[in-house]
Ligand binder design. Structure first.
Ligand SMILES: *[C@@H]1O[C@H](CO)[C@@H](O)[C@H](O)[C@H]1NC(C)=O
Ligand SMILES: *[C@@H]1O[C@H](CO)[C@@H](O)[C@H](O)[C@H]1NC(C)=O
Ligand SMILES: *[C@@H]1O[C@H](CO)[C@@H](O)[C@H](O)[C@H]1NC(C)=O
Ligand SMILES: *[C@@H]1O[C@H](CO)[C@@H](O)[C@H](O)[C@H]1NC(C)=O
Ligand SMILES: *[C@@H]1O[C@H](CO)[C@@H](O)[C@H](O)[C@H]1NC(C)=O
Ligand SMILES: *[C@@H]1O[C@H](CO)[C@@H](O)[C@H](O)[C@H]1NC(C)=O
Length: 336
């Protein structure tokens, strides 16, 4: 019965996807990382609107300082990072475990702290000057590997929501994880006022993106391997319960809230869901903008820029769209 209902919802959504306002985003600019570094998976802006700040393949976090200066090193997450070994690391490798691999990023605009979900080190806090780095929740506390991935900071309370994509697989085992059917992922909540971490939802299939609602009443978490977004209620009569928020015709990666409280979901469409897409275009990266009431407001295709490579994040900031990627050597700016 449940499966039946889900099939019907999925079909409805496919129709919605095909009918909604669909457009091809227009590329304005590419922000290149210093060669040979790659992989600005997520982007963040500080309280003065400066940035974006991005993580990278060699464990460093870079800050974009405008077209003349480009990206400059801001911080790194690993306490044991050796510059000789790590600087310039450009691919997935076992060395990343000691160099660090920052993925999800988010500022607390009140304190200026940058919170980072590092794929190997867990939840890490970087002080406003970029110098002091504190590991808050790591594999040691969990007694297991912890592939931390997505992150969001509640702008009012400073509470940090982050995902552990898997406790069985690490980022370097990404290809195996994607085909494994793993469901060891979880959504966690870190409260900086008490230093307490709680698990909000477990048994998730590679939870990648997370975003808290504008009023802090719920948090969304995407499950990359099961093409769906779940909603966990934090306040009100339904607090502490979760529900299906949306099924998608592709894999949801990062989720970012815009200033109007809507969400941009980076969706990587794949074959096998009955979508009429041609075999040559087996994968389509796009940004999907949805309301708190689950209405799809816009679909922006990034295929012209990213081809069949997935974009990991689409974020709206000051009227423009910013896209990140786990593999590309640049972040992009679009007009949606
Ligand atoms: C960093 O790694 C290089 C090359 O393996 C080594 O020679 C050097 O001693 C290391 N530095 C530190 C501080 O461990
Ligand atoms: C960084 O840490 C050092 C040593 O713990 C401390 O003295 C300093 O005030 C910290 N700086 C910031 C900006 O937090
Ligand atoms: C917060 O908790 C972590 C993990 O238990 C610990 O390493 C860290 O020292 C704590 N920080 C503070 C400020 O209590
Ligand atoms: C991790 O192991 C320690 C020591 O065995 C134990 O006290 C702690 O409760 C464990 N933590 C978790 C999250 O299982
Ligand atoms: C959820 O995961 C835990 C271990 O992390 C497992 O013991 C439990 O059976 C799982 N529950 C479901 C419903 O799969
Ligand atoms: C939700 O859980 C928290 C912490 O366990 C509890 O304080 C609160 O009363 C719960 N709310 C509801 C509506 O059940």
């Amino acid at each position: 019965m449940l499966n039946m209902a889900m099939v019907v919802t999925a079909t409805t959504l496919v129709i919605l996807l095909l009918c909604s306002q669909s457009s091809v985003a227009i590329l304005l600019n590419k922000l290149q990382l210093p060669s040979p570094v790659t992989g600005p998976e997520s982007l963040a802006f500080d309280k003065n609107g400066e940035g974006p700040y991005v993580g990278s393949s060699d464990g460093r976090i870079f800050k974009y300082n405008g077209p003349d200066v480009g990206f400059k090193e801001y911080a790194y997450t690993s306490p044991n990072r050796n510059k000789t070994v790590c600087d310039g690391l450009s691919d997935f490798s076992a060395v990343q475990a000691t160099c660090g691999r920052p993925l999800g990023l988010g500022f607390n605009h009140q304190t200026g702290d940058l919170y980072v979900a590092d794929a190997y080190l867990g939840l890490v806090k970087v002080s406003p000057d970029g110098g002091n780095v504190t590991q808050l929740v790591g594999p040691a506390q969990a007694n297991s590997t912890m592939f931390a991935d997505g992150l969001d900071v509640d702008p009012d309370t400073g509470i940090v929501y982050f995902t552990v994509a898997s406790t069985n697989f690490q980022l370097k085992d990404y290809q195996t994880l994607v085909t494994s059917g793993d469901s060891s992922g979880s959504l966690l909540r870190y409260d900086p006022s008490t230093n307490q971490t709680t698990v909000l939802l477990s048994n998730l299939s590679m939870p990648s993106g997370v975003a808290v609602s504008k009023d802090g009443s719920f948090v969304l978490v995407g499950e990359y391997l099961s093409n769906r977004i779940q909603r966990v209620w934090l306040k009100g009569p339904r607090a502490n319960s979760s529900e299906l928020f949306m099924l998608l015709t592709g894999r949801p990666n990062n989720i970012k809230r815009n200033s109007a409280g809507q969400f941009w979901i980076s969706v990587h469409s794949v074959l096998g869901l009955g979508l009429p897409i041609s075999p040559r275009r087996t994968a389509l990266p796009r940004g999907v903008r949805v309301s708190e009431n689950r209405i799809i407001l816009q679909i922006a295709s990034l295929v012209a820029e990213y081809g069949i490579e997935p974009a990991s994040e689409v974020q709206e900031y000051n009227g423009k769209l910013y896209a990140g990627s786990l593999l590309a050597s640049y972040a992009s700016i679009f007009i949606g």
